[in-house]
Design a protein around this ligand. Sequence first.
Ligand code: HEM
Length: 232
Amino acid sequence: MQHIDDTKLYNDGQYRFDYVADFMEFGETDIKAIQAVAEQVRPLIPVVVDAVYKKLFTYDVTKRFFLPKNEGFEGETATTLEALTLDHPQIKFRKDFLSRYLNKLLDGPYDDRFLRYLDWVAKIHTDTPQKKSKINVDYIHVNCLMGYVESTLVGGLLSLHLDRDTEAKALAAFNKLLWIQNDYFAKYYALPSNQIKEPSSFSSLTGPHVLSTMMGTLIGGLAVYFGFIKRS
Ligand code: HEM
């Protein structure tokens, strides 16, 4: 049995990543699986990006975050939700950033710099003193979008009709990578179990990062399993 230092999970980024990656069994095989399909997946990025913004614009509760001037955007902003369209310059600007993010997920290298980037992407969605535009997206929307991105990506991967082994490995690898990103979000939204006011006998098992990690592993396992069943 490995000992994991509970406190260090919250104050040492590398230690936290090592634990989460080890738990999900994300490693060399996954990196190779992503690299093996990267060039085939890349043309799907604009499709994923368009789908993401179409989805975020379906609800006022998510669309409203795109009305204020985004950091680095110099053009005119729309003044009403109705006037903010999917082809508005600020949305084109946002779409470029999301494309860059997805390209980075494909490209790696999955080193310290990359992990700091995943951490930063999560952090900018919360209201932090280091961030000028101060958006404060509630976790419910992040979770919805993570699920949506994942299923869009799964659909995209399946549409490539890769051989069964390549497809299964790629599905598992992308799934783990997105759940790793989700842990970076969880880090900013979820309290460590030792800071939850009413301790319960399950608190150490139901701590947010443990639950998120277990869900990632479980869903990844199921996706690959059902992928096999469907194809066999
Ligand atoms: C799947 C989860 C999400 C991912 C991976 C993600 C990714 C990103 C990325 C890569 C950026 C650009 C960072 C840069 O400037 O390079 C960004 C910015 C932004 N995201 Fe998200 N996002 C997620 C969820 C959401 C949700 C749910 C909303 C709103 C409902 C949202 C609203 C925004 C806004 C408004 C910005 C611009 C912030 C600014 O610069 O002022 N994001 N996001």
